[in-house]
Design a protein around this ligand. Structure first.
Ligand SMILES: Cc1cc2nc3c(=O)[nH]c(=O)nc-3n(C[C@H](O)[C@H](O)[C@H](O)COP(=O)(O)OP(=O)(O)OC[C@H]3O[C@@H](n4cnc5c(N)ncnc54)[C@H](O)[C@@H]3O)c2cc1C
Length: 425
């Protein structure tokens, strides 16, 4: 009999893990997804001939596995070439920072980054590594005298919706800002799927057992088995389950273990809003415009961090743009007001707000929890009570980190199960 694995959540985390596990014929993998579409935070809005990414946008050279899957599934790619920062070239903004040349600072950063991340992999990480991982990234960059890298991260980290540099723990920035991202950003290697991220996940899900419109409403774990109940009251028995939704949401479906309760208490979700709007008065000669005044520590919440030009759509009101804003405690109407006001301050009139999405985004770890060994706890709780964990809380809020994490997790899961398995290392 096959080993039954039930995955809760059909976003990037649930689907990519199912894809890896389904290579093993000894496993029967089922994904439960609450919504009618697979893909979670990858959400392509389709209006007539217009296709806009409201969620996941770019691949870097680090999205290796995803890029391979896209090729296999017939998904083409288009480059994102022209990025301006305060109206000028982004490279020039970075270069204007103090200290040694950009290449020297990047090298120093990558060496220090590696040292911290490697030290955190130890069974009991040394106190210096825990302290560096927990401190705000702005303090860490000061410590190693990397002012140009600070400028680089305004775009690479804050602009992506992950938080301000004076409050974000170093760990998150080190995880995200790897060589691939720096290289792809500076060398114009960012790409977007031509047919859209939603279509990519649809095609990937087509070869898997994905149950759409099937929200999980309860999970019972006992006697080495887990029973998943879905909203239609059907019950599904599994040998192992995977949490591929935010852990605080998972905990509401079950009696949490002490680890699950602690981890949910140690993270804080940010809120990030993307809005598609039209105007005929703004830039059309490049793809992305970022604004340092909204990105520097202390900038007011709700300002437009950057905007992407998504083409001309007369049926939607003219030239269309996708903006990103930290939402804080503002509601959707307030976010729209802030956007219109921000644009007015730039001398631009918004003619149509077409669509808006607010995302539960980027699980940020409490600094004290990092100092207390949260990273080791996230690693060690895997497999307890036949439960495995993936998604943004366990790796980082980006597709490549989630997929790379899942490739390792799939091997680890198989090692914990009775042989034979084709994937096991
Ligand atoms: C605006 C934006 C831009 C981004 N840009 C990029 C980018 O350029 N490059 C990049 O790599 N990444 C990007 N990301 C990040 C990336 O999209 C996410 O990290 C990734 O999609 C998270 O996947 P996940 O599976 O962990 O979570 P999710 O995508 O949130 O998936 C969770 C799924 O679980 C389902 N679910 C929830 N509760 C239940 C339940 N009870 N039962 C069943 N199903 C349930 C949800 O419906 C959802 O589909 C971006 C994200 C956003 C929001």
């Amino acid at each position: 009999m096959k080993i039954r694995i039930g995955i809760v959540g059909g976003g990037a985390a649930g689907l990519s893990l199912a894809r890896f596990l389904s290579e093993d014929p000894a496993l029967a993998v089922t994904v439960f997804e609450a919504s009618p579409e697979p893909g979670g935070k990858s959400h392509t809005l389709e209006r007539g001939a217009t296709r806009v990414e409201m969620g996941t946008c770019y691949t870097t050279t680090g999205h290796k596995t995803v890029l391979r899957w896209m090729r296999e599934l017939g998904i083409g790619l288009r480059p994102v070439l022209q990025i301006k920062f305060d109206g000028a070239k982004f490279e020039d903004f970075v270069k204007a920072g103090d200290g040694p040349p950009t290449s020297v600072q990047i090298l120093t950063y990558l060496i220090r980054r590696r040292a911290v991340l490697k030290a955190l992999e130890a069974e009991s990480p040394e106190p210096w590594a825990l302290e560096e991982a927990a401190m705000p990234i702005s303090a860490w960059l000061d410590k190693y005298r990397l002012p140009k890298i600070f400028r680089l991260f305004l775009r690479g980290f804050t602009n992506m919706g992950y938080g301000f540099l004076d409050t974000s723990p170093t760990l998150h920035v080190l995880r995200w800002m790897d060589w691939h991202l720096i290289w792809s950003g500076l060398r114009k290697k960012l790409q977007m799927p031509r047919q859209g991220w939603s279509e990519f996940w649809r095609r990937l899900a087509a070869d898997l057992d994905v149950r759409l419109n099937m929200p999980v409403s309860a999970i019972e774990r006992q006697d080495g088995q887990a029973v998943i109940t879905t909203a239609d009251q059907s019950r599904h028995v599994f040998d192992h389950i995977v949490c591929a939704i935010p852990i605080d949401d998972f905990n509401r479906l079950t009696t949490p273990t002490p680890d699950e309760a602690q981890v949910a208490g140690a993270i804080r979700w940010n809120s990030y809003t993307t809005t598609l709007f039209a105007t005929d008065e703004w830039f059309t000669d490049h793809h992305i415009q970022s604004f340092s005044s909204a990105l520097i520590p202390g900038a007011p919440i709700g300002r437009i961090l950057s905007a992407r030009y998504d083409g001309h759509a007369p049926d939607l009101g003219g030239h269309i743009y996708l903006s990103g804003q930290f939402s804080g405690a503002y509601n959707p109407d307030e976010m729209k007001e802030l956007l219109v006001k921000d644009m007015q301050d730039r001398g631009v009139t918004v003619t149509n707000i077409i669509y808006q999405k607010t995302w539960k985004y980027h699980a940020e770890y409490a600094p004290d929890a990092i100092r207390g060994g949260l990273v080791g706890q996230l690693r060690d709780m895997q497999g307890d009570q036949q439960t495995w964990y993936t998604g943004a809380t366990f790796s980082h809020e980006s597709i490549n980190h989630i997929v790379n994490f899942n490739e390792r997790l799939a091997r680890r899961m198989l090692q914990a199960m009775p042989p034979p398995h084709t994937l096991a290392a």
